[in-house]
Ligand binder design. Structure first.
Ligand SMILES: Cc1cc2nc3c(=O)[nH]c(=O)nc-3n(C[C@H](O)[C@H](O)[C@H](O)COP(=O)(O)OP(=O)(O)OC[C@H]3O[C@@H](n4cnc5c(N)ncnc54)[C@H](O)[C@@H]3O)c2cc1C
Length: 466
């Protein structure tokens, strides 16, 4: 079939949906937040229901047409990027919350429901959906599930996987599978639902999900603490964790603080600067929590574990302290950072950071490093800023060479080259640093079962012919 016939056929499948082919639309919907790749999609198709998704998949199998699932396009690994005349399947029209059971604390959603939409729905029903991150206003559940997104509250509430009760998927073969429904217990063999979580659209489409909700947190408080070293930051984590139920434990460096406060015109929480800052959030669930936290704060000050700190006195102040952390990623954009999302065991963080810094300095002493991340989960965002005098192409090339060395360090710590952003295109060449050849072969074999014609997001995570 030629391109025109394919587009005509797609239009007849999604009669009440949409098919876009303008250059601007192909570029917009053919990419994600990486903005690094030259996109080249054939068409963008917006199905309205599961039957239409299935019809698209069956049509694609018949004509060996590659499909790229696209959610909110906030992904940071190039997973939703179309570069080879693929048809992008976007879920923007499948954005309904379909049913809710207060007894099960379960809500059934179409795949295009935006994360924030689910958070608000939970709030309106006096419940809570705890997975949260800076892109919650645009990312979709289908994308969150397909990347097993984490975010700022993993230390207390876990990753997206923990909140997926059931999934409806259309496999790469075109079968509709209902995986687990709203069951809490289900010991009937392989849990195929788990395979689709984090699969980055390589096995099929997530078309609907039943998500679990929980009780809302009580009033919360946020602290920002100035810390002179990473070792002390980790000691702080264990001191607070022992006595307080932490919702979040984040870290950012002085350079991150400098950039975020300047770029977003935010107030520094205190005048003194410090090499690192820890941001802690906890619920004020027990009456004695404020005194407990205050006495921990004083103890840490007297032992020189922290040099300054502030605690929120209102929810508005808590929000503005969070902005110091949540706006970092966006504020770095003008510095054209080379981003890395890596993880190691929490206890390995200080040694790991020091080895990474030594590796980078040895290779490119002019590269500036900005650290921040979900350090309570062992998850670090390593950002390398582009020196002003270096052109973009050379910078990226040098960073890619450097990545090999950085990931060799990650491997030596048995860490992960992608903590929560997925593999997509960006991390694909480095997968072997975190997964053995045997594991990758099993993954390829699994893909072939669900997607024998390799139409589902081909070339993401791995290429079958590598
Ligand atoms: C400022 C910023 C902050 C971020 N912070 C975090 C963070 O703290 N933690 C974190 O984990 N991530 C974070 N991210 C990354 C991103 O927001 C998440 O990975 C998010 O879950 C992606 O959702 P999306 O809908 O935008 O997916 P997309 O980017 O559209 O797609 C992501 C992947 O999922 C696939 N996919 C999308 N929809 C479907 C579907 N229905 N069926 C099958 N496959 C599908 C795509 O093909 C692609 O492989 C951040 C991103 C930005 C821009």
């Amino acid at each position: 079939l030629n391109q025109d016939s394919i587009i005509t056929a797609l239009k007849s499948i999604v009669v009440d949906g949409r098919v876009l082919t303008d250059d601007a639309d192909l570029k917009y919907y053919g990419g994600d937040a990486t903005k690094r790749f030259e996109t080249d999609a054939m068409a963008i198709v917006f199905p309205c229901d599961i039957a239409q998704v299935q019809a698209i998949v069956l049509f694609a199998n018949e004509h060996k047409l590659p499909l790229v699932p696209s959610g909110g396009r906030t992904g940071l690994s190039g997973g939703a990027v179309a570069m080879n005349k693929e048809v992008v399947v976007a879920f923007d029209l499948m954005n309904k919350i379909e049913s809710f059971s207060s007894v099960d604390s379960a809500v059934s959603c179409q795949a295009g429901v935006v994360t924030e939409q689910l958070q608000k729905f939970a709030e309106e029903n006096n419940l809570f959906y705890p997975v949260d991150f800076a892109s919650s206003g645009s990312s979709q559940l289908g994308g969150n599930i397909s990347t097993n997104a984490g975010g700022i509250k993993v230390i207390r509430y876990g990753l997206t996987r923990q909140w997926v009760m059931g999934l409806t998927v259309v496999t790469g073969k075109g079968d509709i599978l209902e995986l687990n429904g709203s069951l809490v217990k289900n010991a009937t063999g392989y849990d195929l639902r788990q395979l689709f979580i984090g699969a980055e659209g390589t096995l099929g489409f997530v078309v609907a999900a039943t998500m679990k909700l929980t009780s809302p947190p009580k009033d919360r408080a946020v602290m920002v603490l100035a810390v002179s070293s990473i070792e002390k930051t980790m000691e702080l984590l264990s001191r607070f964790r022992e006595k307080v139920e932490l919702n979040a434990f984040e870290m950012f460096s002085e350079r991150a603080m400098e950039i975020v406060t300047k770029q977003h015109e935010l107030q520094r929480p205190f005048s003194a600067s410090s090499p690192y800052y820890a941001l802690l959030e906890f619920d004020l669930c027990r009456e004695d929590t404020p005194e407990l936290v205050l006495s921990l704060f004083e103890e840490c000050m007297s032992e020189d574990l922290i040099t300054d700190g502030v605690i929120s006195q209102s929810s508005a102040q808590a929000e503005s302290l969070w902005q110091l952390r949540e706006f970092i990623s966006e504020s770095l954009a003008s510095h054209r950072p080379y981003k890395n999302d890596i993880s190691v065991a929490v206890s390995d963080i200080p040694k790991f950071m020091s080895e990474i810094e030594n590796t980078i300095v040895k290779e490119y002493s002019e590269f500036e490093i900005v650290w921040f991340g979900h350090i309570g989960d062992g998850n670090l965002h390593l950002n390398i800023l582009k020196p002003k005098n270096l052109d973009k192409e050379t910078f990226i090339k040098n960073c890619e060479l450097l990545s090999e060395k950085v990931y060799a360090v990650v491997q030596s710590f048995s860490g992960s080259i992608s903590a929560e952003h997925g593999v997509g295109l960006i991390k694909k060449p480095y997968l072997h640093f975190s997964r053995s050849d045997a594991e990758i072969d099993y993954m390829k074999a699994i893909k072939q079962v669900f997607d024998p014609n390799n139409i589902m997001n081909p070339g993401k995570i791995f290429s079958l012919d590598d």
